[in-house]
Write a protein that binds this ligand. Structure first.
Ligand code: ATP
Length: 453
């Protein structure tokens, strides 16, 4: 066991060379592997979480078997288990390892942010799986997980991960055609080419989106409710997917909750791998702030960093914004950054009272945006389910979050009678009580949007 532990780094390096692995892939898959136990010629190795264990099992087990046999002069059966499984047994903890040098930043593509690379992305329990999935896709685009569907709340790192994949692929092979667009840009370009009304503009649009190796579409939820965009995207998706080209999609919710999205698109989004990013825990927030400090060359008191990480919890963009604001002010006024300066400067961001007040009108707008319908439709008389469900959710949330009377909600929603509001509110409550998980998940997402201001 001791001998193997001594040789472990060398074994991992051998496998790295045999597979021609980059720093990022090495850091993601191999470096976290730890020798756990040898028993009757069975070598147990731990991986940090289940998906990583499966990935290593499929891709590197044979390499591990051979490299261990060569290093030790005898053969061992290799078993990959998760750290959780291992924690039930007494673990052997190998000495801490030195981190490999980072991958240099690639900034050759204009529509990619050069700062958004795997190297600047902090891995935490909230994004571990999404990160590992992104690395796997970057390693072999169009092969294993197609499409890769990343989802999560506002400002949690979806765009950062997508750009990281794009940089990585281009770095490995600069001839690859990688296209990153938001779904809004896709929609606008489509509208422009339809407006031009000639075949050439449509052909150009299709050429642009179909003759590429990797398509990254950010914030796909914005195509909900836009019929011709969905139709065109469906065909783009099919053309790319059948040619084994990689598609990466991000959204604020999982495909199953994109109810008003065409069913055929929704099911395609579920073909590949779906990975979520949630809000970071305290340690990850601290690590992100420290990383930013390091990258931007700041030197800020630990107490201040802890203050920010403790108070800004759900949005990494806000977390970074708070740090930037402090640094900007300190430069401008030539003041040292102290905890009292942080309290003063960040009170607008941090104080719960400063958040946008959640009024019935705000609820109406956020629900409408979430379902890709207009607030006027919700207020109006349409009775199709695409409108009725959001309307009932507005009724329910107004009662849950604000203390608005049924009567006042009725007035907001196009002068409806208060009994209609009671009935709509009850419908949602009944469905939730009956265990409607999709409705619950949508309402949870809307609540998060409301509380993130
Ligand atoms: N794990 C992380 N490590 C380092 N920086 C991060 C991490 N996650 C997010 N960030 C930073 O937080 C900011 C917001 O991230 P990003 O724009 O990727 O969020 P998003 O999920 O795409 O948000 P939106 O839903 O608004 O599109 C970026 O500056 C990004 O670099």
């Amino acid at each position: 066991m001791e001998l193997l532990t001594k040789k472990w780094d060398g074994i991992l390096q051998t496998i790295r060379q045999e597979n021609d692995l980059s720093n990022v892939a090495f850091k993601t898959w191999l470096l976290p592997l730890k020798v756990f136990r040898i028993e009757d010629h069975v070598l147990k190795i731990t991986a940090p979480f289940e998906q990583a264990a499966t990935y290593v099992e499929n891709k590197y087990k044979t390499f591990l078997y051979v490299a261990v046999a060569e290093a030790m002069g005898e053969e061992y059966e290799i078993k990959i288990i998760t750290e959780d499984e291992a924690s039930r047994e007494t673990a052997y903890v190998p000495p801490a390892k030195k981190m490999p040098t980072p991958v240099p930043v690639d900034d050759q593509k204009t529509n990619l942010n050069p700062k958004y690379t795997f190297d600047t992305f902090v891995i935490g329990s909230n994004n571990r799986f999404a990160h590992a999935a992104s690395v796997a896709v970057a390693e072999s685009p169009g092969k294993e997980y197609n499409p890769l569907f990343l989802y999560g709340g506002v400002g949690l790192g979806k765009t950062h991960l997508m750009h990281s994949v794009a940089h990585y692929i281009l770095q490995k092979d600069p001839t690859k055609k990688v296209l990153y667009v938001t779904s809004e840009v896709f929609t606008n370009e489509l509208i422009d080419s339809i407006r031009n009304g000639n075949n050439t503009s449509m052909t150009k649009f299709r050429e642009k989106y179909r003759n590429i190796d990797v398509l990254l579409i950010d914030d796909v939820q914005f195509i909900i409710g836009k019929e011709s965009t969905q139709e065109e995207f469906f065909h783009t998706f099919n053309a790319l997917h059948s040619a084994n080209k990689q598609i990466i999609i991000s959204s604020d919710r999982p495909p199953k909750d994109m109810e008003t999205l065409e069913a055929r698109l929704q099911s395609r989004f579920e073909w590949g791998l779906i990975a979520d990013i949630s809000s970071p825990d305290y340690e990850t927030r601290m690590a992100i702030l420290r990383k930013k400090e390091e990258l931007d060359g700041y030197n800020i008191d630990d107490e201040v960093i802890r203050y920010i990480a403790t108070n800004i919890k759900s949005n990494i963009r806000e977390l970074e914004g708070a740090l930037n604001k402090l640094v900007a002010l300190s430069n401008l006024e030539n003041r040292e950054i102290t905890i009292s300066m942080a309290e003063e400067v960040l009170k607008d961001i941090i104080s719960p009272n400063s958040k946008r007040e959640v009024t019935p009108q705000v609820i109406l707008d956020v629900v409408a945006e979430h379902y890709g319908v207009s607030s006027n439709d919700i207020i109006g008389g349409k009775r199709n389910s695409e409108i009725v469900v959001p309307r009932q959710i507005v009724m329910y949330l107004c009662r849950e979050i604000t203390d608005t009377s049924y009567k006042a909600i009725g007035i907001l929603l196009g002068n409806r009678d208060h009994s209609t509001i009671i009935s709509g509110d009850n419908k949602v409550r009944d469905k939730l009580a009956a265990g409607d998980t999709s409705l619950k998940s949508n309402i949870d997402t809307i609540r998060k949007k409301l509380s993130s201001g």
